[in-house]
Write a protein that binds this ligand. Structure first.
Ligand SMILES: Nc1nc2c(c(=O)[nH]1)N[C@H]1C(S)=C(S)[C@@H](COP(=O)(O)O)O[C@H]1N2
Ligand SMILES: [Mo]
Length: 331
């Protein structure tokens, strides 16, 4: 079906009514009603497949349908599908929030290969299917907080990065993990422009213990569907306690390194974007406060401004990774 632009949708339709309860409610409420444009009740079965434009190979469709939903719980209201897939940052397709949804159709995410390199016993170039073979997909509802002070709540489907990395047996020299996005200017129009801020490819990195943390996810889907191209198909990182720019999209290379890797945003402006980039309301961006955020959907009448939480609300789980570190210095 046709996905309409958020601005074309009456606010009565995009008001998220469904606080997550169980998968059935979730699919029916958040996906079904929003995507079908229905309001009220009356759908007997979960409307599972609604965005016909998102297609993938049968093996991946099948894997996504069998994702484990045991850890799918959240008291947050899910951000409607239209916003998750219509308001994006993916600079390879342009700098406007609506550019990725407009232009990412050109990306061909299948077949896809990922190079595993560096300090591992089993380096190589792997087909996506082989990379995921034997690993169970899980559904996880996470908050995503962009450094620009907007946020969403997204039901991802993916594998834990730890499970993936263990397959390649990191050696004692591995201290960091470096990730690289695809470079394919024919499909990613902004990569053709010489005048830009990012030196392609987009690159990101994590400390090994951050990468191995159980919250760290490699996503292949969202809202029970294959990942739309604009969200980083076919494979993207999701680190929910860090600013969104750490969650690198359309990954073609994962390298285990001994030293802290090059990261795109800190290369552009080291004073504004650090390597750690942990969400922290007490450490402001030099040009704006990080104390609050705009939770999407947000409009003039309903800005939906909420306080930002330390580590994006995941402090219980991740604060110990940074014990003894000065979070103002290591921003
Ligand atoms: N390759 C690549 N990955 C990227 C980006 C990008 O421009 N290129 N933008 C980042 C930023 S700034 C954010 S906030 C998130 C947005 O993810 P979403 O569009 O799926 O919400 O993707 C991150 N990953
Ligand atoms: Mo971002």
């Amino acid at each position: 079906m046709l996905i309409r632009r958020p601005s074309d949708i009456p606010s009565s339709e995009i008001t998220p009514e469904a606080v997550y309860r169980n998968r059935r409610e979730f699919m029916r409420g958040a996906l079904g009603l929003a995507a079908l444009g229905l309001s009220g009740t009356g759908l007997a079965e979960p409307a599972h497949v609604t965005d016909e434009s998102v297609k993938g190979p049968a093996w991946l469709e099948c894997k996504i349908r069998s994702a484990n939903t045991e850890n799918t719980k959240s008291s947050d209201i899910l951000t409607p599908y239209q916003h998750v897939t219509g308001y994006n940052n993916f600079y390879e397709f342009g700098y406007d929030k609506t550019d990725p949804a407009k232009y990412a159709d050109a990306l061909r995410p299948h077949p896809w290969q990922v190079e595993i390199a560096g300090a591992v016993a089993k380096p190589g170039v792997y087909n996506l299917e082989d990379l995921l073979k034997g690993l169970d997909l899980q559904e996880r509802v996470y908050r995503l907080r962009c450094v620009e002070a907007w946020s969403m709540v997204i039901p991802w489907i993916g594998i834990s990065l730890a499970d993936l990395l263990k397959r390649f047996e990191p050696t004692g020299a591995a201290k960091y993990v470096a990730f690289t996005t695809l470079v394919r200017p024919e499909e990613m129009p902004a990569q053709k422009k010489r005048l830009g801020t990012i030196e392609w490819p987009y690159r990101e990195g994590l400390r090994l213990d951050e990468a191995m943390h159980p919250l760290t996810l490699m996503a292949v889907g969202l809202y029970g569907k294959i990942l739309p191209n604009q969200n980083g198909a076919p494979l993207r990182l999701v680190v929910p306690w860090k600013y969104g720019f750490k969650s690198i999209k359309s990954i073609v290379k994962i390298e285990l390194t001994e030293h802290q890797p090059y990261t795109s945003w800190s290369a552009i402006a080291a004073k504004e974007y650090g390597f750690y980039a942990n969400v922290n309301p007490q450490v402001d961006h030099p040009r704006w406060s990080q104390a609050q955020e705009r939770r999407l959907p947000s409009g003039l009448l309903k800005p939906n401004i909420i306080p930002t939480q330390l580590f994006n609300g995941y402090a219980d789980q991740v604060a110990q990774l940074y014990s003894g570190m000065d979070l103002r210095k290591f921003y």
